[in-house]
Each structure stands twice: as structure tokens, then as C-alpha cells.
Write a protein that binds this ligand. Structure first.
Ligand SMILES: Nc1ncnc2c1ncn2[C@@H]1O[C@H](COP(=O)(O)OP(=O)(O)OP(=O)(O)O)[C@@H](O)[C@H]1O
Length: 246
């Protein structure tokens, strides 16, 4: 479970996330949606301890990341919005490196790597350097590296970007299987059809403010019953001419 309490982030005079609070529950896939620059990655970076909040508290499975960063970080697997890391390592070296960092038991590694790499179709490439991988292959490897220590909380920033249809299907299945075991998945996406089909709960952010957090059914109940998430999102986040500053 992720608890975000009154999170605010300022860069200089610019407040890019403004006093947002929500809970990404256990047993649920929570989707985080918003326009470019709305504050999704900033929030995810604060949740994962990559940046410090200007104000607010973030708890992962009840552990305050500001107070016990190491213990909090052991709770989750994080896939950032860029998969271009450790390019000179082979895929297998990278996975073992990540497993070592997180103290993942050696016994389970081979089975995890074989299972996930085969599902993602990169098993035969694990001996090659990451430099030689395509964007989608790198993305799949980063997902595997984030999950190799079996974290209960998955935090994924635009995880489906660059994945082919089969791999995207596999990842969505993995996300569903993970929450069905009582764990939590929190991910950002621009693909509203995916959010609509996959998510149990939705957070909508606009200009750093949380416009909505709750189930899709509750969101739809407050709008026209036929409305898709895309329609509701566009309606909620509509930028009026008077709001545009140049
Ligand atoms: N290090 C930084 N210094 C100053 N401003 C920043 C910094 N990082 C992000 N911002 C600003 O914060 C705002 C939110 O950015 P963020 O990356 O969180 O958006 P996002 O919702 O993830 O967008 P996208 O969908 O394009 O990835 C943007 O206006 C961005 O310019």
C-alpha cells in the first residue's frame, strides 16, 4: 500500500505538485493519469525516494520513506520512465546485479528470470549487452530488474511505452496476477483505454492538483453513464482559454 499525504513539490517559485493525498490500496491496480507536465513523474519520484517532497509524507506499507528509506525501498519495485541504464552490462548481469542489491535469494532467481524473460520474449538475448537492445527490450529488462526481489508494491512510470502487443498483454496479466495476491500496483499511463480496462482505481492530476481519486464506476456515476474514461478525462482536464498563460 502507498499512502501519499499532503505531498507538495516546489522547484524555486514553481509549485509543480500541490498538496495531494491519496492511497494506492492493496489488492488494487491504481492508474495515475494526467496531461504532459501534470506532475505524474514528480509524484512517482517522490514516492520512490528519488526526490524529496517540499512538504508532505509518503508511506510504503506503513514505512515513512523519509525516516527509513532503505526499509521503505525494499517494499517496492520501481520502473522509471527511462529504460536506458547500465548499457554495458549484459541483460543477465543486470538482473543479477539488481537481485544482489535487493538481497534476493539466489535459489529463486533462475526460475524468475526464465519465467519472465520467456513471457517477454527476451530469453535468448540475456547474454547480450543492454546497449544492443531495442527500447522495448530495455523496458522489459528494467521491469524484470525491478521485480526480481518480489516486492509487494509495484510502481511503474509509463510501463507500457514501447512494448509490443504480446509483451503489453503479458505485463497487464502480471499486474492483475500481482494484485490478486493482495499486493498493490501503481502506474502512470497516457493510454486511457488501458486505464479504463485495467485499473480498479484512478487518480487524475492536472497542473499538480488531484482532480479525482476513486473507482471508475464512481467517476462514471457522476458523469453521463455512456461516457468513456477518455470523455470524462477530457471534460475534467479541459483547459479553458482564460487558464492559458503565455
Ligand atoms: N527538476 C525539475 N526542475 C524544475 N521543474 C521540473 C523538474 N522536474 C519536473 N519539473 C516540472 O514539473 C512539472 C511536472 O513534471 P512531471 O515530469 O512530473 O510531469 P508528468 O505528468 O510526468 O509529464 P509527462 O506525461 O510529460 O511525463 C513540469 O512542469 C516540469 O517542467
Amino acid at each position: 500500500m502507498i499512502e501519499v499525504k499532503n505531498f507538495t513539490k516546489q522547484y524555486g517559485d514553481n509549485t509543480v505538485v500541490k498538496d495531494i493525498s491519496f492511497v494506492a490500496k492493496d489488492g488494487a491496480i491504481t492508474g495515475f493519469i494526467g496531461h504532459n507536465g501534470a506532475g505524474k513523474s514528480t509524484t512517482i519520484k517522490a514516492i520512490t525516494g528519488v526526490i524529496k517532497p517540499t512538504k508532505g509524507t509518503i508511506l510504503i506499507n506503513g514505512i515513512d520513506i523519509a525516516k527509513d528509506a532503505k526499509k521503505a525501498k525494499m517494499q517496492f519495485g520501481y520502473v522509471s520512465d527511462s529504460p536506458d541504464h547500465f548499457l554495458r552490462l549484459t541483460g543477465l548481469e543486470y538482473l543479477n546485479f539488481m537481485a544482489d542489491i535487493y538481497d534476493a535469494p539466489v535459489e529463486g532467481r533462475a526460475a524468475f528470470i526464465e519465467d519472465y524473460a520467456k513471457r517477454f520474449g527476451i530469453y535468448d538475448s540475456l547474454g547480450n549487452t543492454i546497449l544492443s537492445y531495442s527500447h522495448g527490450m530495455r523496458q522489459k529488462l528494467m521491469i524484470m530488474g525491478a521485480l526480481i526481489h518480489s516486492p509487494s508494491v509495484w510502481i511503474l512510470d509509463e510501463p507500457l511505452t514501447g512494448l509490443d502487443p504480446q509483451s503489453a498483454f503479458e505485463l497487464k496479466q502480471m499486474m492483475r496476477e500481482h494484485v490478486e495476491k493482495g499486493n498493490s500496483v501503481f502506474f502512470s499511463t497516457h493510454v486511457l483505454e488501458v486505464a479504463e480496462k485495467l485499473c480498479d482505481e484512478i487518480c487524475i492530476i492536472k497542473h499538480g492538483e488531484l482532480l479525482y481519486h476513486g473507482t471508475l464506476d464512481d467517476l462514471k456515476a457522476t458523469h453521463k453513464s455512456q461516457a468513456s474514461l477518455e470523455n470524462i478525462f477530457l471534460e475534467l482536464t479541459e483547459t479553458k482559454d482564460s487558464e492559458v498563460t503565455v
